[in-house]
Structure formats: structure tokens, C-alpha cells
Design a protein around this ligand. Structure first.
Ligand SMILES: NC(=O)c1ccc[n+]([C@@H]2O[C@H](COP(=O)([O-])OP(=O)(O)OC[C@H]3O[C@@H](n4cnc5c(N)ncnc54)[C@H](OP(=O)(O)O)[C@@H]3O)[C@@H](O)[C@H]2O)c1
Length: 366
């Protein structure tokens, strides 16, 4: 897939703020505000449900558990009774409002009051026109547009969801959608004998990426902090680097493919680390690095026989179900670092955001 700078920035920013369409309108101002904050297009009658909410950007201290009305599904939407929601670094970024792209929808206040996009649970109700799901179905998906997974119920567009494989628990299924899409697309081009480096490989996407690249026959180097070196080895990395001690860009054996989940270096450093004909793709990192990659990176790559740029990850079941299939057969292992309860969401987000998690962290609802 050829990514133009414009498309890449749009894709990346859409990812960062997790909203792809305007919210539905609501009759009364109060309910409309409420819908906006909850990330729900409509609110239904009935008893309240528990949700973790925030009204401003900040540390996990700004989060609190609130009782909110049960949301009603609009046309094309599915209401899911949440069983598990995995935490992604993007949840932390949207809580903090940093990097800047996390504020693209709400410069001063969060556009979505309840975070959590990688959901798994039971279909509870469906809106008009929904054909693939009915109440009682077990589903999972990356609810990029509406989020709301850190709650007892949320709404999701039908197109974001897939039927959960019977072989996976809800907790396991919730780890796959976003991290799986990143790992599958980020390791495209890995192959027998190719030298692949994954920067940030000990986190939620990285441990899937290590395993996928190994399955394709690549020689894999994983980079992360010292506490995650053993973990990266345990999922198959041939070589590991502690980024606080060693600089992977200063290498005598450059890499054919670099997947960067935490990009903060200069374009010239990345060019130095790449073999002739090699490819560097950034998925996450600082905004300034991203912009440099899109401009100088493309130029330097083009002039030196390398491809340097960012990966705008495509979402949806087609992009994560292949990984789920490999997990059901046991070809790819799911590693869950820790589980948290709904009222522990602040601690769960901090665990991921402060870099303490090896693999995935999941919020489990009873
Ligand atoms: N481009 C797109 O379309 C797209 C789509 C989805 C997600 N994303 C982005 O993808 C990124 C990765 O997500 P994830 O869920 O895999 O994150 P994650 O679970 O937090 O993993 C990132 C890992 O990188 C490590 N790290 C931090 N700084 C590092 C450095 N300087 N060098 C090497 N490793 C470093 C972290 O550990 P420590 O912090 O402990 O060091 C952590 O283990 C996020 O920024 C997310 O926003 C992009």
C-alpha cells in the first residue's frame, strides 16, 4: 500500500483520536452533551450502568466511576455487554491528551468520555439494519469510533465487530484487535533470513510482531527496556537490546525491516540502521518524529535506496481475524501481563502508560 504524506497523517491522526465520524445529534442539550462525553450516539431508558469517565485530560486521577444510562443502539450499531477490554497505549495517550494528535477531536476536553476500544463481550441489543449479529452472540473488535469499553455496556458499529472464536476466552479475544492489526501489517515483508528489528517489542503489539516475524522465518531483534528482555526472548526474539543501554541504530549489520512502535530518533539514524533496499515503518512515537519521517524521511529513503515512512494501520475484522486464527491453533501465544477490575482502570492505564507491562493488560468485568 502506497501511503502519501497526507493520507498517512490522516490515518495516523485518526488512529490517535479514535473517532472517524461525527456524533449523532440528540434532542436535548443535556442529553447531547452526555452522549458526546460518553461516546454514545443515543441514550436509552432504564437503570444505570457503571462506566469509568473523565471530563478533562490528565493523569489517571481525573478518572472516576460513574453510573450512566444504558445506551440504545442506533441504526447499524450493536450494544455489547462488556466482558473484557484490553488496554492499548492509545488509551493512555487519549487520557493524557498527549502526543498532540490525541487531541485532534477535542482540543481542550476529551471527545470521548469513556475510553477503551479493544472490547469483547455479548451482544445485548442491535439497531436497525444490523444483519451479522443478534443478542447472545459472543463478539470482539476494535471500537475505534465510539470506544466506551471501560464500562459495563457500550455501543459499537456492526462493521467493527467479529464473532469471537469459541477457542478464545473473552479476555484473550480482547487482546487481539488493535495490537493484532499493528503486528500483522507491521511485519509484512518479513521473510526467511531477513533481518527484522522491532523497537518497543516488549509491549502490547510488539510481542505479537516478534512471533509473526519468527513464523515467517526472519531473524528478529527486539528492543525495549531491561525489564522486558527476558520476555522478548521467551516469545522468540533471537536477539534483544536494552534501549537505555545500547543504540540499535549503531549497528554493523543493518536491518532489512524495522517496525518502530516508539519512534523518537532522527531520520539519519534510521537510515543508518537500514540495509540497502530495506524498509523502516513507524507506528507510534513523537509528533515531531512522525512529521520528519513523512518529509525528510521519504526524501532520504528515496535518495538512498531505502523506504522510510509511517504505517497508517488499517482497522477492522479483516485486519485482526487472521491473527485470532493463529491464536486459536496455538501457533501464536497470547501473553497477559495483568488483569484489573473496572474500578481499577486508572491503575491499568498507568501500568501500560508508564511502561511496566510486558504483553497485554486487560480490564475484566465480572
Ligand atoms: N499508526 C497507526 O495507525 C497506529 C494504530 C494503532 C496504534 N498506534 C500506536 O502504536 C503505538 C504502540 O502501541 P502498543 O500498544 O504496542 O504500545 P505499548 O504496549 O506501550 O508498547 C510500546 C513499548 O515501547 C517501549 N518503549 C518506550 N520508549 C521506547 C524507546 N525509546 N525505545 C524502545 N522502546 C521503547 C515501551 O516500554 P517502556 O515505556 O517501559 O520503555 C513499551 O514496551 C502507540 O503509540 C499507538 O498510539 C498507531
Amino acid at each position: 500500500m502506497v501511503i502519501t504524506p497526507h493520507a498517512a497523517v490522516r490515518g495516523f491522526l485518526n488512529h490517535g483520536n479514535r473517532r472517524f465520524a461525527p456524533l449523532g445529534s440528540s434532542a436535548s442539550i443535556d442529553r447531547s452533551d452526555f452522549a458526546t462525553f460518553c461516546g454514545r450516539d443515543q441514550l436509552g431508558p432504564g437503570p444505570g450502568v457503571k462506566a469509568v469517565v473523565h471530563d478533562r485530560y490528565g493523569s489517571p486521577d481525573v478518572l472516576r466511576v460513574e453510573e450512566v444510562p444504558v445506551p440504545s443502539p442506533a441504526a447499524g450499531q450493536v450494544r455489547v455487554k462488556i466482558a473484557a477490554t484490553s488496554v492499548n497505549l492509545s488509551d493512555w495517550e487519549c487520557l493524557r491528551g498527549s502526543p498532540a494528535y490525541a487531541r485532534i477531536d477535542g482540543l481542550r476536553f476529551p471527545a470521548r468520555r469513556t475510553l477503551g476500544s479493544d472490547i469483547a463481550g455479548l451482544v445485548d441489543d442491535v439497531g436497525e439494519g444490523v444483519t451479522q449479529f443478534r443478542p447472545g452472540d459472543e463478539v470482539y473488535g476494535d471500537n475505534l469510533r465510539l470506544k466506551g469499553g471501560f464500562a459495563e455496556y457500550t455501543l459499537a458499529p456492526e462493521s467493527a465487530l467479529a464473532h469471537k472464536p469459541d477457542q478464545l476466552t473473552f479476555v484473550e479475544a480482547s487482546t487481539i484487535p488493535q495490537a493484532g492489526a499493528i503486528a500483522l501489517q507491521g511485519t509484512k515483508g518479513a521473510g526467511t533470513g531477513r533481518r527484522v528489528l522491532i523497537n518497543g517489542a516488549g509491549g502490547g503489539s510488539g510481542f505479537f510482531a516478534i512471533q509473526l516475524a519468527k513464523r515467517l522465518g526472519a531473524h528478529v531483534t527486539g528492543v525495549d527496556n531491561a525489564s522486558k528482555l527476558d520476555f522478548m526472548r521467551s516469545v522468540g526474539a533471537d536477539r534483544v537490546i536494552d534501549y537505555r543501554r545500547d543504540d540499535f541504530t549503531r549497528t554493523s549489520q543493518p536491518y532489512d525491516l524495522i517496525l518502530d512502535l516508539a519512534a523518537h530518533r532522527s531520520v539519519l539514524a534510521y537510515r543508518r540502521a537500514l540495509a540497502h533496499g530495506g524498509t523502516y515503518r513507524c507506528v507510534g512515537g513523537s509528533v515531531s518524529t512522525l512529521l520528519r519521517l513523512l518529509t525528510v524521511g521519504r526524501l532520504v529513503g528515496g535518495l538512498t535506496g531505502r523506504a522510510i515512512g509511517i504505517l497508517a494501520v488499517q482497522e477492522g475484522p479483516a485486519h485482526f481475524e487472521p491473527l485470532a486464527a493463529l491464536c486459536t491453533t496455538g501457533d501464536i501465544q497470547i501473553h497477559i501481563d495483568r488483569r484489573f477490575a473496572l474500578d481499577e482502570v486508572p491503575a491499568a492505564l498507568a501500568h501500560v502508560g508508564e511502561g511496566r507491562a510486558s504483553g497485554k493488560v486487560v480490564v475484566v468485568l465480572s
